[in-house]
Design a protein around this ligand. Structure first.
Ligand SMILES: Nc1ncnc2c1ncn2[C@@H]1O[C@H](COP(=O)(O)OP(=O)(O)OP(=O)(O)O)[C@@H](O)[C@H]1O
Ligand SMILES: [Mg+2]
Length: 396
C-alpha cells in the first residue's frame, strides 16, 4: 500500500521467513555456518535454537538454497506428530513410496533402504526438523534411532533440530542425554543489538527498494526512519526481527497515511502501541519514569534530613553543625560533608562505647549531650542545654 509512496519495489517488512531478505548479523552468519558444518560431519545432530521470531527458519531456508543437488533434504515443519506420522512424513519428503497400512518398522526399513541407495550413489541425506521444541519425547527417541542407520564406514542421515529456547532446556534433561550426547554442533540466536537493529532495517529497506538482494555491506541508508524512531524501535521490539517487522510495517503505513516523508519517533511509538498493545510500549517508559521518581524522592528525603536533622548530631563530645553557630547557613558542600562525617562519627562512637564498656547501645535521644569518654549517658548526669551545645559547637 505504501511501497510506491516510499519508492520501494517490494514490501520491506513482511513476516514471511523470506531468505532473500536475510540480514547476516554475526549471529545469523554463525548459525548458517553451523548448518553448513552439520552436513559435512558424519551423523549426529546439529542444534539451532533461538528466541521466538529471531530468524531460525529464515536462516534455514537460506541454508536450503545453498545445498547442492547431491544432498537429499527432508524438511519437517509441524512436528506435533506421532512416531508413525513423523516417519511417514520423512518418507513423503524424501519421495519414498509406502503403503498406507504400514508398521513403524516397515517405514524405518524403507527409509534405511533409501539411504543406502543414496550412499551407493555418493549422495547424502539431511533431515531438518523445525519447531522441534514441540516434539514428543517418544518422537525424539525415534529420531535418535534414525541416526543409527549406518554402513560400516559412515552414518547415513544427518539431522538438524531447530527450535525455541525450550528445546535446549529439554535436551538438557537427564532422560534426554542419549540425544544430547549425539549433538555435534550447537548454535543459539539471540535478539539483535541496538546497532544491529538499525542495520537490519536499512538492509531490508535497501532490498525492498532494489527489488533484489544486496551484496554484503551494500545496503544504502534510506532515511525512512529518524534516529529517534530507530531508538524507540529497538526499545519496543527488544531486537526481535519479527516484532521489528510488525512495528516497522505499521509505522510506514502510519507515515504514509499522514503523508510524512520519514517515520518519526511519535509515529513509531503509535505503531508499536497498536501492534504490541499500549501497555507493553508504555510499560517500558512508565518503568523508567517510576524509577526516576523514586530516585528523586529518595534524594529529596536525604536533602531534607541533611538540612533539618544533621545539625544536631554529635561526635566525641562536640556537636557538628551544618548551620553556623550564628544561625547562618553553611554552603551546601560543607553542609553535606559535615552531615556525613557526623553520621559516621556518631555511629563509631556508640559502637566503641559498647565495645569498651560493655554498655548496651541505645539511640542517643535528640538533644541529649554526649558523655565524657564517648559512652552512653550515665544516670544522674544532667543534660546540657541546647543553647549551651550550640555555643560550644565549633564550625564543622
Ligand atoms: N537475519 C534476518 N534477516 C532478515 N529477516 C529476518 C532475520 N531474522 C528474522 N527475520 C525476519 O523475521 C521474521 C521471523 O523470522 P523467522 O520466522 O525465521 O523466525 P523464527 O526464529 O523461525 O521464529 P519462530 O521461533 O516463531 O519459529 C521473518 O519475517 C524473517 O524474515
Ligand atoms: Mg521458525
Amino acid at each position: 500500500m505504501y511501497t510506491r509512496y516510499f519508492g520501494l519495489k517490494r514490501a520491506p517488512f513482511s513476516i514471511a521467513p523470506d531468505p532473500s531478505y536475510l540480514y547476516l548479523s554475526p549471529q545469523h552468519e554463525e548459525a548458517l555456518a553451523h548448518l553448513l558444518y552439520g552436513i559435512r560431519t558424519e551423523g549426529g545432530f546439529v542444534l539451532l535454537t533461538g528466541e521466538v521470531g529471531s530468524g531460525k527458519t529464515t536462516v534455514c531456508r537460506r541454508f536450503l538454497e545453498t545445498l547442492s543437488s547431491d544432498i537429499a533434504v527432508a524438511f519437517i515443519l509441524s512436528p506435533t506428530l506421532s512416531v508413525k506420522e513423523l516417519l511417514s512424513t520423512v518418507c513423503d519428503e524424501f519421495g519414498i513410496r509406502h503403503p498406507r497400512q504400514v508398521t513403524i518398522k516397515g517405514l524405518v526399513d524403507r527409509i534405511h533402504a533409501y539411504l543406502l541407495e543414496l550412499n551407493a550413489n555418493r549422495k547424502r541425506a539431511v533431515l531438518i526438523i523445525d519447531e522441534a521444541q514441540d516434539l514428543k519425547r517418544e518422537v525424539l527417541e525415534q529420531i535418535r534411532l534414525l541416526t543409527n542407520l549406518e554402513t560400516n564406514e559412515r552414518k547415513l542421515l544427518q539431522i538438524i533440530l531447530i527450535g525455541q529456547p525450550e528445546l535446549r532446556t529439554r535436551l538438557a534433561q537427564p532422560d534426554m542425554r542419549q540425544v544430547s550426547q549425539r549433538i555435534v554442533a550447537r548454535c543459539h540466536i539471540d535478539a539483535l543489538s541496538k546497532p544491529e537493529v538499525e542495520r537490519y532495517v536499512t538492509h531490508r529497506l535497501a532490498i525492498a527498494r532494489r527489488g533484489r538482494e544486496v551484496e554484503a555491506g551494500g545496503a544504502q541508508s534510506l532515511p525512512l526512519f529518524s534516529k529517534d524512531a530507530l531508538n524507540s524501535l529497538y526499545a519496543s521490539s527488544g531486537g526481535i526481527p519479527r516484532v521489528i517487522n510488525l512495528v516497522c510495517d505499521r509505522a510506514l503505513l502510519g507515515a504514509y497515511t499522514r503523508q510524512e516523508q520519514i517515520v518519526t519517533r511519535e509515529t513509531l511509538l503509535k505503531a508499536a502501541a497498536e501492534v504490541l498493545g499500549r501497555s507493553r510500549v508504555e510499560g517500558g517508559r512508565k518503568w523508567k519514569v517510576a524509577l526516576g521518581s523514586a530516585v528523586g524522592l529518595c534524594a529529596s528525603f536525604v536533602l531534607l534530613y541533611v538540612c533539618f536533622s544533621a545539625p544536631k548530631m554529635t561526635f566525641a563530645g562536640k556537636t557538628r553543625h551544618i548551620f553556623r553557630a550564628d544561625g547562618a547557613r553553611a554552603g551546601p558542600p560543607e553542609s553535606l560533608l559535615a552531615a556525613f562525617r557526623s553520621l559516621f562519627a556518631s555511629h563509631a562512637r556508640r559502637r566503641d562505647a559498647a565495645f569498651t564498656e560493655g554498655a548496651v547501645v541505645r539511640p542517643i535521644p535528640r538533644g541529649e549531650p554526649p558523655q565524657p569518654g564517648g559512652g552512653p549517658p550515665q544516670p544522674g548526669c544532667p543534660p546540657a542545654s541546647r543553647a549551651g551545645q550550640a555555643e560550644a559547637a565549633p564550625r564543622s
